[in-house]
Design a protein around this ligand. Structure first.
Ligand code: UDP
Ligand code: MG
Length: 324
């Protein structure tokens, strides 16, 4: 950690069609940062926005020499946008924050304080969730319970991506090359000293969330399959229990037939069993498919993203830079 020279804090902001909130976000964030005895770099990642986000970022870049802009070649999704930002961030510590002001920038000083206390990952934990339906809250809760149950990575509940990472935590994340990047899990998976800071989450300021239930469902599947192979194991366990049941039933049938003869009853039970087993088999073929699809995607070893443009912060110019 820098004690003599000023520490550089990078703030990574993925932005997908956020033209309304970005100026406001920038204003609030820089207001907070100018109070701090640190040097700041704000890395905006334009994730293939369909509105004028890039133009807005250009304006910010021109008017503020702490801004750096990473422009991706298309929309890659938040996890990849975040990854691109982390790759470019140069800070001694990096803060990851949403552009929609749901993560209050006013929390940044607290995050930095805990970092200075020696924590590597300081995550912001929501003490309440406003502007979200109870169905969303319930499904989120269920998801975290499942994750805790089936994977060894204990992802903290009510925690988004908003957090501070030390340089070595960022370096650790940057070594991960997987495509299915469930960032919340990866932040925890890298280990190091982690610390929660509580805050109250506000509803979105403007624009709409890009998440719907279908996307959330896929996000949850990504989370579970990236960190646990329990669903495949289930297939084995259920198979064993059904086979065992069938064996017992077989013996019962045998004894029954020997003792009382066989007047061919049981057509309904036969159909039920066939349909039941067929269903179970299809479900687990689906589960296998989820994993095989992911293996397929990872083995292609494609780059995670392409850059359309990268403009490092102008405060850097004139300094000797060894970074590419
Ligand atoms: N985002 C992104 N790429 C996407 C979707 C979202 O970079 O494909 C950004 C978005 O601009 C915002 C953050 O990720 O800064 C969180 O998105 P959103 O508010 O839609 O998600 P939520 O807060 O509902 O989890
Ligand atoms: Mg949001």
């Amino acid at each position: 950690m820098n004690t003599n020279a000023e520490a550089l804090i990078s703030i990574v902001v993925p932005a997908y069609s956020e033209q309304e909130v970005l100026p406001k976000f920038h204003e609030r964030t820089t207001a907070v940062c100018s109070q701090l005895p640190v040097d700041v770099e704000i890395v905006y990642v334009n994730d293939g926005s369909t509105d004028n986000t890039l133009e807005v970022l250009d304006e910010l870049y021109k008017s503020d020499d702490r801004v750096s802009v990473v422009d991706l070649s298309r929309n890659f999704g938040k996890e990849i946008a975040l990854t691109a930002g982390l790759h470019k961030a140069k800070g001694d510590a990096v803060i990851v924050i949403d552009a929609d002001l749901q993560d209050p920038p006013e929390l940044i000083p607290k995050l930095i304080t805990e970092w200075q206390n020696g924590y590597d990952v300081v995550y912001a934990k929501r003490s309440r969730r406003d502007g979200e339906t109870s169905l969303k809250k319930f499904t989120a809760h269920l998801f975290y319970r499942l994750m805790r149950r089936f994977s060894r990575v204990k992802i903290p509940e009510d925690t988004g991506d908003y957090r501070l990472l030390s340089r070595r935590a960022v370096d650790a994340l940057n070594t991960l090359v997987e495509h299915h990047r469930f960032m919340k899990g990866l932040f925890t998976w890298i280990g190091y000293k982690q610390k929660a800071v509580l805050y109250e989450r506000d509803p979105r300021l403007a624009g709409n969330t890009k998440w719907n239930y279908w996307k959330l469902w896929n996000f949850a599947i990504d989370g579970i399959t990236s960190f646990s192979s329990a669903p495949i194991k289930f297939a084995g366990y259920i198979g064993v229990s059904i086979a065992f049941g069938a064996f017992i039933y077989g013996i019962y049938m045998l004894v029954n037939t020997l003792l009382y003869g066989n007047p061919v009853p049981g057509y309904p039970s036969l159909i039920v069993i066939i349909l039941f087993l067929g269903g179970i088999q299809l479900i687990f073929i689906g589960v296998l498919g989820e994993y095989i699809g992911r293996i397929f995607n990872e083995t292609k070893q494609r780059p995670l993203y392409f850059l359309n443009d990268y403009r490092p912060r102008r405060a850097e110019q004139g300094e000797i830079s060894d970074k590419n």
